[in-house]
Design a protein. Structure first.
Length: 292
């Protein structure tokens, strides 16, 4: 839980003989664009949210700029993905003291007890489980519950507003989840290969089977021997779809698609609009699976 502390919410501005009381937004910093979207969904016009990362960045290796450090110092709350997803954050937190909300605490994590083994028999890079849990849209429920509790602690007078905001968002999300399920249900059980091990939660939610991950570690290309083993695994398993992120090496993707006999589809792991992230990914993946 975040630490309780006092926060003022009104500023008085002189206007002739009168004083005008204006509502002050609570400043929140998040470690990802997706968390920014979810904080805004709950906080509405009561929060001012900035993400330290943009969707195009590698979330595991971010360099915080001086301006961002200053905004961290001015923030009332930091919301993070947690686990070992943000190794770069520890250094910043040595210089900045503020309440931190780790939204992974109430999420059912995957790949925790036994590290998932890739085709080349090396374990997943994350020591505490797979960190990409927001890619199961069901996990927006515990994530926003934690955000709601944190914002209420900061602004108890706005509790009903935050609760109504969250309820409206989850209602819309439930409708969209049903839509995404209808689009992907025909392909449940389909075997796929991923470039980076980001898709475990998405695959479990929508019934895909991940056969192998291309990268032995994030950002490290596979060796020729690892590629040969991957191609063999793909052929034996009947894999026809390769899921890549926008940052993946295009030449490597072409090579795997050609020699592994798969169709490559690029899906995003992050966006400033949480619902739009799934809308676009489901649209692209459905088209790739339909074309099998």
């Amino acid at each position: 839980m975040i630490r309780a502390f006092a926060l003022g919410f009104a500023v008085v501005v002189a206007a002739g003989p009168f004083a005008v009381v204006a509502q002050e937004r609570t400043r929140v910093v998040t470690t990802s664009a997706d968390l920014k979207a979810l904080v805004e969904a709950v906080g509405g016009d009561r929060v001012d949210v900035e993400s330290l990362a943009v969707p195009e960045q590698d979330p595991h290796s971010i360099e915080i700029k001086p301006g961002q450090l200053a905004r961290l110092r001015a923030a009332a709350l930091l919301v993070r993905i947690g686990l070992d997803h943000e190794p770069w954050l520890a250094r910043a937190l040595l210089a900045v003291k503020l309440p931190v909300l780790d939204v992974s605490k109430d999420v059912k994590l995957l790949q925790t007890a036994t590290p998932r083994q890739r085709a080349e028999r090396t374990a997943h890079v994350h020591a505490y489980g797979n960190t990409h849990y927001w890619l199961n849209p069901d996990n927006a429920r515990p994530i926003t519950a934690a955000i709601l509790a944190a914002l209420v602690e900061l602004r108890s007078a706005d509790k009903q507003i935050f609760e109504a905001n969250r309820a409206a968002f989850l209602s819309r999300l439930d409708d969209k989840i049903a839509e995404w399920e209808r689009a992907l249900n025909p392909y449940r059980g389909t075997k796929v290969v991923v470039v980076h091990d980001s898709w475990a939660y998405f695959a479990e939610r929508f019934g895909l089977q991940i056969v192998a991950a291309v990268e032995p570690n994030p950002g490290i290309p596979p060796s020729p021997a690892e590629l040969a083993a991957l191609f063999k695994r793909m052929r034996e398993s009947g894999v026809n779809v390769l899921i890549a992120e926008p940052s993946a090496n295009p030449a490597l993707i072409r090579q795997i698609a050609e020699k592994g006999g798969a169709r490559a589809v690029t899906l995003s792991t992050s966006a400033f609009d949480y619902v739009a992230l799934f809308d676009e990914n489901v649209k692209r993946l459905s088209a790739a699976l339909k074309a099998e």
